[in-house]
Design a protein around this ligand. Structure first.
Ligand SMILES: NC(=O)c1ccc[n+]([C@@H]2O[C@H](COP(=O)([O-])OP(=O)(O)OC[C@H]3O[C@@H](n4cnc5c(N)ncnc54)[C@H](OP(=O)(O)O)[C@@H]3O)[C@@H](O)[C@H]2O)c1
Length: 334
């Protein structure tokens, strides 16, 4: 089969398609003939060598949609160990769900890894209630564009989306956000308070960290919550001007005094805690598929590339040039 194999972390153009044997399914696994896989930030980090690294060589790709070979059913799967950038994957049955008729492959794929993350951040970690104000960073991204739609569907108001370019802010406005803000605005905390009627934001879902997370904390309402699901941007040096090399760029320290004095809360969300709970994973997937069937949420496809174009697709996500989901059509050869 054809697959994108990572032999050595490095440049985007080092990702090449190779012919390798099909994987052999282990106990509790099934082969999937993949139609689409997608780019996630996880893949960029694995390709760049960010720890923890899987044993090399490895096939990248943490998600896939296609037909289960054993019964021909259309399924979508999370591949925590990779293997999605290929024509065939061995997927754990516990991390696989059937796709209902009426939900196409692109929607199913976009809703699974990134949709479950968006839902988990808002509802499980953020405990969102109808009528609360919500802000989302990287709101035009794969997770972010679903988070703003899910917040709107849950009755949040106002919903605020942060995005770095005017084109992205127009995109999130078309998705229905009430206010679109620039994450680089030096007055971001004030803008968040103003956008939420002066009191501050009830729930901020952040995947960026650094200065954005600091502004989010400062812009929370009393009893507001910051939910962290990742970190990207290097923040300014802390304290005496030195950055701690053991702290990943973008991670922000919060003290218990800050929480008490602001009557605010911080929570985190990590997908693995849903994935390891089969009943929860299925319940969230069912909810997301239902919302998609009722057109309350839709995956926006930024582009669909062939396997040999994966490096270009990674570069596009890394340079913040994409809106919504980047798909890989594994059957497309040209
Ligand atoms: N906790 C979990 O279980 C979980 C699961 C899945 C994903 N995630 C995290 O969720 C985040 C979004 O993932 P995604 O796959 O949907 O990616 P994405 O949002 O489509 O792309 C990343 C976006 O982050 C923003 N960004 C800010 N600083 C950046 C930087 N220095 N480099 C690149 N992008 C930067 C950009 O938006 P702007 O240009 O608008 O700022 C960019 O478009 C990632 O942090 C990922 O690790 C977490």
């Amino acid at each position: 089969m054809r697959a994108v194999v990572l032999r050595r972390p490095g440049a985007f153009d080092a990702l090449r398609v190779e012919r390798i044997p099909e994987p052999s399914p282990g106990p509790g696994e099934s082969l999937i003939d993949i139609t689409l896989t997608g780019v996630n930030f996880d893949d960029l980090e694995r390709a760049a060598g960010v720890p923890p690294q899987p044993p090399l060589p490895t096939v990248l790709g943490v998600e896939a949609v296609g037909r289960r070979r054993a019964d021909g059913r259309r399924v979508v799967a999370l591949l925590r160990q990779g293997g999605g950038y290929a024509e065939v994957a061995a997927a754990r049955d516990a991390y696989t769900v059937e796709v209902p008729a009426g939900i196409d492959d692109a929607q199913a794929l976009g809703l699974f890894e990134q949709g479950v993350t968006a839902y988990g951040a808002l509802s499980l970690a953020g405990r969102l209630r109808a009528g609360e104000s919500v802000a989302v960073s990287a709101a035009a991204g794969g997770v972010g564009h679903l988070a703003v739609q899910l917040a709107i569907a849950a009755g949040a108001a106002p919903v605020i989306g942060l995005a770095s370019t005017e084109a992205k802010r127009q995109f999130v406005t078309r998705l229905g956000v009430d206010v679109a803000l620039d994450p680089a605005d030096p007055e971001l905390a004030d803008r968040l308070r103003a956008a939420s009627g002066g009191t501050g934001v009830d729930l901020f879902v952040d995947s960026v960290g650094g200065t954005v997370a600091r502004a989010a904390l400062a812009g929370l309402a009393p009893f507001g919550r910051l939910v962290c699901l990742g970190w990207r941007a290097p923040g300014p040096p802390d304290g005496d001007g030195a950055t701690d090399p053991r702290t990943p760029a973008g991670v922000v320290a919060v003290t218990t005094a800050q929480l008490a004095q602001g009557s605010i809360g911080c929570a985190g969300f990590w997908m693995r805690h849903v994935v390891d709970n089969r009943a929860l994973l299925c319940a969230i997937a069912e909810r997301l598929f239902d919302l998609a069937a009722r057109e309350r949420v839709a995956v926006h496809v930024d582009r669909t590339v062939a396997l040999h174009e994966v490096g270009l697709a990674h570069a596009a996500v890394a340079t913040r040039a994409t809106k919504g989901k980047v798909l890989i059509d594994v059957r497309r050869e040209a």
